[in-house]
Design a protein around this ligand. Structure first.
Ligand code: 13P
Ligand code: 13P
Ligand code: MG
Ligand code: MG
Length: 376
């Protein structure tokens, strides 16, 4: 049977700053989504990471379905009303328009959806990240799907040695979806050349070359581009199917042991290590560090199992300690050089105004010697 998994994610308000949405808000959103059971949904799950709430819906209606998107949008609206009533910070932050218009894409919430024929057993992973951007998944996906140094299955498993097809989006292009498809292993260097640039080129989807099945989907929203000004980082969600014709769960998780540096962190304007955390972890140090959670599920005939919390394993404690050390280390240099994002990526208007004001005060010093004037 064809099953669709849809994650819609939004920040509609949080307690104590951009920290965590709180139980009442989660319950309110869950209760709203539950109204769609039977008629629209076969199952659902609501989770939080940092100040973001993700609604995972299981249904047979395909991707981009208006009623599914409406259900999530209205749940977020109801959550926003509660957030206002509770005085939560940033109430309604990611709902950028007042009225729903058929599909939440471009309206603020992040979306990651895929439709597939359920395998006899269908394990998948749901990732949620906060205080970072969709390109934060670039490196872990590259390593998990294209590098045999990470993924032994690329050598050992006949289903995945054929490689994968990556769909990469140019998120700097705002007139439409500008995408390119690259296949691995032969397109490895081209892929790396693009994925280097996390804030411009983002892996949107990955398909198996063995059977054409979709393995992964990432939300590629750029709130910055939608709103035309800073409204919060994009805090991406991702779905990854695992095992058999795809990498194993542990191969998908392994790259997160790097705690690689990503854009985001305080005011969406810095570089920090991506720390793997347990479910419902909030933010703290310097409004971060950037965090990622991962829940494992199986789905059968549209029904979900309970979630298993994959970064709760004791192994990840060491990684968390290292991530904290990396965060402290880069924060020691404050605004200087690579600790803060380049001008083109700065999310807050303040520095832009400062630089504009200073622009008027710059002048070119007259050349002291005629030779310099000739060179100039
Ligand atoms: P299965 O063969 O059970 O899919 O698991 C592969 C494996 O060995 C995981 O590491
Ligand atoms: P969020 O995008 O998670 O709301 O964070 C905003 C921010 O500026 C944190 O410092
Ligand atoms: Mg927020
Ligand atoms: Mg957030």
């Amino acid at each position: 049977m064809l099953t669709t998994l849809s994650i819609l994610k939004a920040d509609v308000g949080s307690i104590g700053g951009h920290v965590t949405p709180g139980k009442r808000l989660l319950d309110t959103i869950s209760r709203h989504v539950a109204k769609g059971l039977d008629e629209l949904l076969s199952d659902y799950f609501v989770g939080a990471t940092g100040d973001d709430i993700a609604i995972l819906m299981v249904h047979p209606r395909g991707v981009g379905d208006e009623e599914i998107h409406r259900l999530a949008w209205e749940a977020f609206k109801e959550g926003t009303a509660l957030a206002h009533a509770q005085g939560l910070y940033g109430a309604g932050q990611d709902l950028l328009v007042d009225a729903f218009s058929g599909n939440v894409k471009g309206m603020g919430p992040a979306v990651a959806e895929m439709e597939f024929e359920e395998r006899p057993n269908e394990p998948f992973l749901m990732f949620m990240a906060d205080k970072t951007e969709p390109g934060a998944y670039n490196l872990p996906l590259y390593l998990a799907f294209a590098d045999p140094m990470n993924t032994a299955g690329l050598l050992l498993s006949p289903e995945i040695t054929k490689g994968f097809r990556f769909t990469v989006m140019d998120v700097g292009y705002v007139q439409g979806d500008r995408i390119i498809e690259l296949t691995t292993p032969e397109g490895l260097y081209d892929l790396a050349a693009l994925l280097r640039d996390n804030d411009r080129f983002v892996v949107e989807a990955i398909h198996s070359r063995h059977d054409g099945e979709q393995a992964a989907v990432v939300s590629t929203t750029r709130l910055h581009n939608i709103a035309g000004k800073y409204t919060g980082k994009d805090d991406p969600v991702m779905l990854v199917r695992v095992q058999k014709n795809f990498p194993a769960t542990g191969e998908i998780l392994a790259p997160y042991a790097i705690a690689h540096y990503v854009g985001g962190f305080m005011r969406g304007s810095h570089i920090g290590p991506l720390m793997p955390v347990t479910r419902s972890t909030g933010c703290s140090y310097f409004d971060g560090p950037p965090i990622v959670s991962c829940l494992g599920f199986c789905v059968k005939n549209g029904k979900l199992t309970e979630a298993t919390d994959l970064f709760a394993h004791p192994f990840w404690d060491t990684v968390r300690t290292r991530a904290a050390e990396k965060a402290i280390e880069i924060r020691r240099q404050g605004f200087s050089g690579p600790a803060m994002l380049p001008y083109s990526e700065l999310e807050y208007g303040g520095i832009v105004h400062i630089l504009k004001r200073l622009e008027a005060r710059f002048h070119v010093r007259p050349a002291a010697h005629p030779a310099e004037a000739v060179l100039a």
